[in-house]
Write a protein that binds this ligand. Sequence first.
Ligand SMILES: [Zn+2]
Length: 354
Amino acid sequence: MTKKEGHMQSHTMELPRLIVVGENNLNEFGEFLFSLNKPKKISLISGINVKKILKNKIEKSLKLKKIKFVWHTSTDNQINTLNQIQKDVKKDCSDIVAGIGGGRSVDTAKLISFNLDLPFVSVPTAASHDGMASPFVSVKSDKPHSIVASAPLGVFVDIDVIKKAPTRLLASGCGDLIANIIAVKDWQLGHEKTGEYYGMYSADLAMMSAKIVMENSSMYSKKGLDARVIVEALISAGVASCIAGSSRPCSGAEHLFSHALDKIAPGKGLHGEKCGIGSIMIAKLQGQDWKKIVKTLKEVGAPTTAKQIGLKENEVINALVMAQELRPERYTILKEIEMTERKAMNLAKSTNVI
Ligand SMILES: [Zn+2]
């Protein structure tokens, strides 16, 4: 809440209203929707594989509550595909839109429901990033970044489904959580340097999600990742963004690095994996304990080197150089260091990323 001429500026917090995390609970999906806004009809957006696996259970649960439904298939997040799905969803005349999937379908549904001014529910089938409860959507463009849509009205998670997804996705979710350590530091720096709003509560909340991973990683390395704890941490991180009113507590220079890679080397590595690797390098720039981040990422089974996700040395270097340009108005540690190719190479080498 920045002070301007003696007045406190208004600050809006839009939050999810109902969050359900259960195990083998897809049969309760209809009931969940009913308690949200008693919809007569729902538009369901998912990928082909997810639909194949979950179709029967979801449809059965919707029929029990007499909720009509229309499925839509999300194949990619190109603007043409989005526009087509949006046109189709508009024709449904639904009362609510659900995004069911690992990331793309949830993002697609979030954006479309925002554009059509319809309530949105998120049904994540993998826990690879913190988008399930946040109001943000990743967009592909000249300058890939995330834009603000609406926070989901509800979040519905079946942990049994999350557990069946490849472990790599859950490890990527841990990378996205560790990134909060970097993001919060950048936010503090931005506050000091530009006087921008800094929300201590949302910053601490985002840090708590990261700490859960940092503190439990050695146990996870022995006993495996705890899907429920990681899902709750990811939801909480999304809520931290809702409270902050921006992606600030969960997205700093390490996210800009990841967005730069989206552009330079599309399709290589998952979002959380790239943010994890970015966190190692940016932590060093910030003077934070980057070795502890490496250790934690290794323990949760997330990549710590470029090679592990098929990135070439020059792609990492170029992404470090490009990162801050993607979002010049967002103050990060990269503003303090004019990142040249030489500096980028030294940084990546000294942290064993390349
Ligand atoms: Zn993220």
